[in-house]
Write a protein that binds this ligand. Structure first.
Ligand SMILES: Cc1cc2nc3c(=O)[nH]c(=O)nc-3n(C[C@H](O)[C@H](O)[C@H](O)COP(=O)(O)OP(=O)(O)OC[C@H]3O[C@@H](n4cnc5c(N)ncnc54)[C@H](O)[C@@H]3O)c2cc1C
Length: 440
């Protein structure tokens, strides 16, 4: 017994890693935050539990970046997000910018990409910016001194590592670091439910000449039949084409869970694969152009749309987006509509925007209440359920990540004890614009 204890004590010796900025979570928001912080001169550690970056964009295989512009074509997202797409194109792994008609009849713009190649592009961006990636490493816990995060402990293959960052950016999607730090979270209103998760699956080969010839009404009718027959978990046949091959990633399953519940998450992975398998059989049997196809791959994990939303200095609301409110501290813009997937039955709840309608995201929505050296980015920012349903898309997540990383570097470079809230706002906005970001 004593020998075991002594051995355990030796094994749990904690290594140290230095960082001005620690980014927790290497999804698209976190990776852009890390790259932006490093390009602004900070020593950055990027912590990611998988062996690759991208989160929903790679592990979840979402496969299309939506909404770069307003309905009449005014660009609202560029900066690092645009750079990622240009790098994908150099690998031959992203399509052209295009507008398509959704099964709901709404028009939407997008760039399709190959999720496997995005892993490589994010590696390149992180390597070129001299970010220190810490892959295969999961957040363990956080220690605080008053309003500041002092240290973060991480579980790695080599044992525990302690990082004492000047500033942290929580981009873990589920806001795991904020949870460990004791931050507050926003709750759902009466009648609201978390958006469901989806197991994406790759299916092919597809004869796209025939598939794309189907009208939106024909696709909607096929999807409705699949749903009513029980072959599809929701009435959709939504596919993002793989630019490198004759197949695509289908977004048709539906898993109504709280993905921070570990048992529910495991059940959803299994149920997601079952739904995907049934959907693939339906495609093969019923959908023109899909007769020769088969299920080629599942996403590495279910794609998670929504879990925790941090309580921040400003809670972004649907009204802020629809009006739209012009914020003095705007650090990113967007034009994606409010798009709520119901947890069961029914169609998407979809609030289209006017032709030239864009909205802004204020810096204060990235600042968690009660913490002086922490920011959040991506799908956990301080926003209502409805507002998050718009700003959660990857284009906007990348733009917010770029802003969070730049601000984190600025705060880390300020005199000791400076707070993220005191970052020079005109200065931050100038730097973002100089680096290609669009703020309106
Ligand atoms: C099914 C589905 C379809 C979607 N469709 C579209 C679409 O068509 N177009 C579009 O633009 N957007 C779409 N979205 C939205 C978009 O994909 C996400 O909102 C966006 O990718 C969120 O990025 P993120 O970086 O904030 O979070 P995530 O992608 O969730 O990344 C979080 C990262 O943190 C890591 N992590 C989590 N916890 C820990 C921990 N404890 N320790 C270490 N690492 C951790 C994860 O592994 C992950 O890499 C879709 C989302 C889903 C789920």
């Amino acid at each position: 017994m004593q020998a075991t204890q002594a051995g355990t004590a030796r094994r749990s010796d904690v290594g140290e890693l230095q960082a001005d900025v620690l980014v927790c979570g290497g999804g698209v928001a976190g990776t852009m935050a890390a790259v932006a912080a490093a390009r602004h001169g900070a020593r950055v550690v990027l912590l990611e539990r998988y062996g690759f970056l991208g989160g929903n964009a790679t592990a979840g295989a979402v496969a299309q970046f939506n909404s770069w512009q307003t309905a009449n074509g005014r660009p609202v997202v560029a900066g690092l997000a645009q750079e990622a797409v240009e790098r994908l194109r150099r690998y031959g792994a992203a399509g052209e910018h295009e507008t398509f008609v959704m099964s709901t009849g709404h028009r939407m713009d997008r760039v399709e990409y190959a999720p496997e190649v995005l892993k490589l592009v994010l590696d390149d961006m992180v390597r070129d910016a001299a970010v220190q990636p810490l892959l295969h490493a999961s957040l363990l816990d956080v220690s605080r001194a008053g309003r500041r995060i002092e240290a973060v402990r991480v579980l790695t293959k080599g044992g525990l590592l302690r990082i004492r960052p000047g500033v942290v950016v929580d981009a873990s999607g589920d806001m795991d670091l904020m949870q460990q730090a004791g931050a507050g979270f926003l709750s759902l209103d009466e009648g609201e439910a978390l958006q469901p998760a989806t197991m994406m699956f790759r299916f092919g080969p597809i004869d796209f000449a025939r598939f794309d010839a189907l009208s939106a009404a024909e696709i909607a009718a096929l999807a409705r039949r699949g749903y009513e027959d029980g072959a599809l978990a929701r009435a959709a046949l939504h596919v993002a084409r793989n630019p490198c091959s004759q197949d695509g990633w289908f977004n048709v399953s539906r898993l109504a869970i709280d993905a921070t519940d570990p048992l529910a998450l495991g059940r959803a992975e299994m149920e997601g694969r079952r739904q995907a398998w049934n959907a693939a059989a339906f495609l093969q049997a019923q959908v023109p152009g899909c007769e020769r196809g088969r299920l080629v791959a599942f996403g590495t994990q279910v794609g998670v749309r929504e879990t925790r939303r941090v309580a921040g200095r400003h809670v972004l609301t649907a009204q802020d987006l629809l009006q739209p409110v012009q914020f003095d501290d705007a650090i990113a813009a967007g034009a994606y509509p409010i798009d709520i997937h119901p947890a069961a039955g029914g169609e998407l709840e979809y609030t289209s925007l006017g032709d030239d309608h864009a909205y802004q995201i204020p810096f204060r929505s990235l600042c968690p209440d009660g913490l002086d050296n922490a920011l959040v980015a991506g799908r956990g920012v301080s926003a209502t359920h409805q507002a998050l349903a718009a700003i959660r898309v990857m284009t906007i997540s990348m733009a917010v990540g770029q802003a969070a990383g730049t601000a984190a570097a600025m705060a880390a470079q300020a005199p000791r004890g400076a707070t993220v809230a005191s970052v020079d706002m005109p200065g931050l906005r100038r730097v973002l614009q100089a680096r290609g970001a669009l703020l309106a």
